[in-house]
Design a protein around this ligand. Sequence first.
Ligand code: PGA
Ligand code: ZN
Length: 432
Amino acid sequence: MSPSTRIANLYGREILDSRGNPTLAVTLVLESGAEASAAVPSGASTGANEAVELRDGDPARYGGKGVLQAIGRVEGPIASALQGHDVCDQAALDRAMIALDGTPNKARLGANAILGVSMAAARAASIVEGVPLYQQLGGEGACLLPMPSMNVLNGGKHADSGLDFQEFMIVPVGAPSFAEALRYGAETYAAIRSILHKRGLKTAVGDEGGFAPALENNEEACELIVAGVEAAGYRPGQDIAIALDPAASSFGRGGVYDLARAGQARLDRTAMLALYGRWIDAYPIVSIEDGFAEDDWQGFVEQTTAQGQRIQVMGDDITVTNPHFIQEAIDRKAMNAVLIKLNQIGTVTETVDAVNLCHKAGWGTMVSHRSGETNDDFIADFAVAVGAGQMKSGAPCRGERLAKYNRLLEIERMLGKRAFFTNPFTNPFAKA
Ligand code: PGA
Ligand code: ZN
């Protein structure tokens, strides 16, 4: 090991995320003096089994949301344990932090502290090796750009739009490249803004950059998207499809779903499944994430059986990027794709393991931002590195969302002729 790849020190900083809440940035310094930083995101609609985000709980600072303790973990026990370690051996570093933590959910050191170090290490390694981050993590073969799902209408815990469903996304399935996909998305987003404006509805945006108008019900959101796609000159379904993240854990429990926010009824599991069935018939939907709550495995299994040939049935809160729960989902045939969030599990290595487990099962993966984000664009490189095939980073609006999309434009340029972009929904999710 050359001395220039050895870790000298770690520093933490309390910064603000896109909601104005504190989060953690970590700087890793090598013995050579070279350094790299990373910032950790934070969710609002979190799964109960996510790795623990360490917050101070001191009501005198940021309503208890400060992260000074997490910084203490980075600069104290983690720095002591990692000093002198080879930054290029990501797996060994992550294993050392997991062992030092010693809990199943990273409660002692905090997943925010551990992930900040893990991401900063990957970045430092890419600097040492002189290769872009996607290549450092994914090797020479990493050349698949992800299909973006852009969240153009925000509801649930991300906006006070009155929509029960959290995310209504557009997926430019007919685009020939990532750059064109982003253009299709931005033009459709602009068309939706014009329609809202003409109808006298608000064009203020929610946490993920999507509009948050006071619509009558969830269905109107799908109709508005189809109108926006057409107004932008695209064909619904062929050029641009729809993906949903109802985030049903926020309005469902014990197999009962309360759609009261948009003036609809309480639905049981069977009625919920029937509602999705009607929507799949009526709208060009290719993917539904968390259509059922995290405590409703049966809902996921029934949806996969009934609709899994027509759409992507994806888990988020129920799988929490944790190989243990993903394996359970595989055993139960509970879905056919998994959402991937680094901070749900807490290290780069375990996130790569989660993706590989899904791909081995023939399942799709979508790398995801969190609703509380920073300008860190790590997930763009990560999505290319693991060949995820899909990524969501909100609307084509708000700097912290665009940081990731704009980084993908840069990666596509760097890859040049080797860049590969494809519609992940052609098979087996072919739409008539
Ligand atoms: P979160 O939302 O970051 O607030 O959890 C994202 C999602 O549910 O996919
Ligand atoms: Zn989700």
